[in-house]
Design a protein around this ligand. Sequence first.
Ligand SMILES: *[C@@H]1O[C@H](CO)[C@@H](O)[C@H](O)[C@H]1NC(C)=O
Ligand SMILES: *[C@@H]1O[C@H](CO)[C@@H](O)[C@H](O)[C@H]1NC(C)=O
Ligand SMILES: *[C@@H]1O[C@H](CO)[C@@H](O)[C@H](O)[C@H]1NC(C)=O
Length: 444
Amino acid sequence: MWRLSVSILIFLYLTASSSSFGDSEATCSGIVPLRYRYDKISITDFGGVGDGRTVNTKAFRAAIYRIEHLRRRGGTLLYIPPGVYLTESFNLTSHMTLYLARGAVIRAVQDTWNWPLIDPLPSYGRGRELPGGRYMSFIHGDGLHDVVITGQNGTIDGQGEVWWNLWRSRTLKFTRPNLVEFKNSKEIIISNVIFQNSPFWNIHPVYCSDVVIHHVTILAPQDSPNTDGIDPDSSYNVCIEDSYISTGDDLVAIKSGWDEYGIAFGRPSSNITIRRITGSSPFAGIAIGSETSGGVKNIVIEHITLSNMGVGVNIKTNIGRGGYIKNIKISDVYVDTAKYGIKIAGDTGDHPDAYYNPNALPIVKGIHIKNVWGINVRNAGSIQGLKGSPFTGICLSEINLHGSMNTYRTWKCSDVVGTSLKVSPWPCSELRTFGGSNSCSSTF
Ligand SMILES: *[C@@H]1O[C@H](CO)[C@@H](O)[C@H](O)[C@H]1NC(C)=O
Ligand SMILES: *[C@@H]1O[C@H](CO)[C@@H](O)[C@H](O)[C@H]1NC(C)=O
Ligand SMILES: *[C@@H]1O[C@H](CO)[C@@H](O)[C@H](O)[C@H]1NC(C)=O
């Protein structure tokens, strides 16, 4: 039975890698090599029981210990067969593939009392929600390279409800755990997995590079607090594509640290591609910020299909953030039903503490948004820069945001300099200077 599944896996691997050849559509498959793992083990070899009741922490830790210490050439695949494997949080190791078969579920225990605590991220200075440390992510990777989480659309289930209720009743002690976090890691692939009910953010690559996340499904209720889909944070060479995300917060949010801590740490997010994402959320489809103190630059976002949104595209920062948001190209966005089509704001989010520098103003410069089509959008757009640091080079072209009757509001702008071409409804006067010194670069 096990041998049979292994040959099926081999077959799936080969077909999956060959099908990307000859595909004219831009894709990030192949950017991080998908290594074939000759060495394969199953969680059941380590006493794993998929009955939904047995706690499998020892099995996961033993299997990963074995991978880490035996160090088989080419790495090792850890196979999770169909079944529900309840476990506490665990750490991954380098050169491994966590493979979830169809029908396999790795489910977090709901033990919030014994959940391990780890240090805050230096670029945040404290936990994102509360001072002090933060609960470790359910599946965690620190200082790793060459790690794959994949399979046949098995599920990683955070059972976040207990955590959401602690947040709702204001009885949380520390910042809630992410579902999956990679820190200081590189060559990471996440594909063909369903993530559901994360306690907090779903997938958080922080201080990482060469990360590919594609063909994933991320689900959490619309009213679940802070269940962001994917948050690349102070990371570079990240590609996120072909995924469905429907959660209670931003679907994808690019970040780079918080106020004075993020400024001091100084690690930007750059060279990030996000394409062919579909989903819905009461917050933003595609967000940049609001924590951008290390800077965010060279971002390409394209072919985004959204429905029932708070905001389609949301770029957000604040005074005290410092940093920059520059060279951002967003194109081909379709929004069906939203409060705002496009929102760029300099007054979003809270501060870590009272020590932020109110003179640390962010720079927002070179934001090109092209081909956006929206129906049933209540407010076309709002672009509110900062008095001491106006947003410049904001370029809108071929944008049609249609409202429903009676509730429709047009553009609102302040402290912004930019251009527009074929924007309907007619944009605010600040953006009516096409052909001027701030015109969009011709390469876009
Ligand atoms: C998992 O990794 C974290 C952070 O690197 C570390 O503090 C913790 O001790 C590790 N836990 C185990 C069980 O190895
Ligand atoms: C898993 O789901 C994704 C997203 O719906 C889909 O693109 C992919 O083909 C599925 N993969 C498998 C192996 O079923
Ligand atoms: C940008 O990232 C992509 C992978 O997403 C990589 O192929 C490319 O080489 C990177 N470009 C630079 C300038 O690092």
